[in-house]
Design a protein around this ligand. Structure first.
Ligand SMILES: NC(=O)C1=CN([C@@H]2O[C@H](COP(=O)(O)OP(=O)(O)OC[C@H]3O[C@@H](n4cnc5c(N)ncnc54)[C@H](OP(=O)(O)O)[C@@H]3O)[C@@H](O)[C@H]2O)C=CC1
Ligand SMILES: CC(=O)[C@@H](O)[C@H](O)COP(=O)(O)O
Ligand SMILES: [Mn+2]
Length: 396
């Protein structure tokens, strides 16, 4: 059998949790994948180690002073990686002609423009950065249609749903007999906690996810259930559904990664150990399958699978997210931006855990008359919501 040509990969956010797992999968298949570019925000030492191990053509950091340091360190090591700095450099390595696949794994709204650049250049885009779709779902999906980019969801639930759907599912699930999407949620570290205990939760407690090892922002989102809210919005755009067609199912074991329910009564699920290398390998190799370093699920060891409804009283962020997509326009971008500011303040121990939902609710309640019909307008809404949230944090 002939070997497929080697794919050139850009990993945006390579020093993060998804970035590290992506490089792990890539390193298992040197006959298939080569790293074109690696990017980080400030983690210059980690990026240096990754450059030495994966020998990319380009590395990107946010600040020129950090780039200068990395250039010198790579030069000392005799390595010819070009080092760039800044937001435009992220877009450049995402759209570079020789790149086949872009892993979009920057956290937060900062990941939007480089992910969009990859889409507009028609790449295979492995989308971990769910915030890009929350901010600008309609515009993002239109860009995918126009460019012919191949968009593969990496978020574990969306990757699972993608695996459970017929291949040509865009344009409405109804015509393929899909009735409902069942979006699983672990329930987070506070699933069984009382409201009083949740109110005094610390950042380290919030980041101690029961099943997944992830970056701190998404870990806090899992604890508030905002992650599930963002994922509900993400699913609406990826699978062309309404929020009413998506049911959140709390499943504490995180073994079923999500499901599609069909009109004939069939429910198709994707199962596996909670390890992001599975969806990452799926995205890299699709439509083929490759080894990912993940053990096959041992059902006898799992023994049982539980299901519960989500408690939107203790965890109001899920409701806020659902209401924002129902409202439409700039509301999801405002929700996301307020949440990013609130989560950062919680992680800095400036505000209490419950204040995250309060801040998001407050910013969403303020009048905003801007649109979300262009990327410029989406970014204006994002900026406005950040300012409102920061003011609210300061006044507390
Ligand atoms: N972790 C997981 O298992 C999952 C993550 N996701 C999504 O994937 C994305 C990444 O998550 P995760 O890997 O956990 O996040 P991490 O915080 O672990 O990593 C984030 C990466 O983005 C870089 N980065 C952060 N801020 C900026 C910025 N302003 N500009 C450029 N680069 C930046 C970081 O660089 P530096 O190291 O220098 O800070 C790092 O490389 C998120 O959108 C998350 O919701 C989705 C499903 C599962
Ligand atoms: C691994 C992944 O996709 C995360 O988004 C995960 O889903 C977080 O778990 P919960 O939000 O369900 O707690
Ligand atoms: Mn997820």
């Amino acid at each position: 059998m002939s070997q497929p040509p080697i794919q050139q990969i850009t990993v945006l956010g390579s020093t993060g949790s998804i970035g590290i797992s992506t490089l792990d999968v890539i390193a298992r298949h040197p006959d298939r994948y080569r790293v074109y570019a690696l990017t980080a925000h400030t983690s210059k030492e980690a990026l240096l180690d990754q450059c030495l191990a994966h020998r990319p053509r380009v590395a990107v950091l946010d600040q020129e002073t950090d780039a200068l340091w990395l250039r010198q360190a790579l030069d000392d090591a005799g390595q010819a990686t070009e080092v760039l700095a800044g937001g435009e450099a992220l877009c450049q390595v995402a759209r570079e002609a020789s790149v086949d696949t872009v892993m979009a794994a920057i956290v937060g709204a900062a990941g939007l423009l480089p992910a969009l650049a990859a889409v507009q250049a028609g790449k295979r885009v492995l989308l971990a950065n769910k915030e890009a779709l929350v901010l600008s779902g309609a515009l993002f999906m239109q860009a995918v249609e126009r460019s012919g980019a191949t968009l593969l969801p990496i978020d574990s639930e969306h990757n699972a749903i993608y695996q459970c759907l017929p291949k040509e599912h865009r344009g409405g699930l109804g015509k393929y007999g899909v009735k409902q999407l069942l979006l699983t949620a672990s329930g987070g570290p506070f699933r069984t906690w009382s409201a009083a205990d949740i109110a005094s939760a610390t950042p380290d407690q919030a980041c101690a996810h029961p099943n997944w090892s992830m970056g701190r922002k998404i870990s806090v989102d899992s604890a508030t259930l905002m992650n599930k809210g963002l994922e509900l919005i993400e699913a609406c755009w990826l699978f062309d559904t309404t929020p009413e067609q998506i049911q959140v199912v709390v499943h504490p074991q995180s073994v079923i990664h999500s499901m599609a329910a069909y009109v004939d009564g069939s429910v198709i699920a994707q199962l596996g150990n909670p390890d992001m290398r599975t969806p990452i390998a799926y995205g890299l190799a699709w439509p083929e399958r490759i080894e990912a370093g993940v053990e096959t699920l041992d059902l006898f060891q799992i023994a049982r699978l539980d299901f519960e409804t989500a408690d939107e009283v203790r965890f109001p962020c899920l409701r806020l997210a659902r209401e924002s997509i129902q409202k439409g326009g700039a509301a999801p971008a405002i929700l996301n931006a307020a949440n990013e500011i609130a989560v950062a303040a919680f992680l800095e121990e400036t505000i209490a855990f419950n204040a995250i939902a309060e801040i998001v609710a407050h910013v969403l309640s303020l009048p905003y008359d801007g649109d979300a019909d262009s990327i410029e307008n989406v970014l204006a809404a994002d900026q406005w919501a950040r300012e409102q949230a920061a003011q609210f944090v300061e006044q507390r």
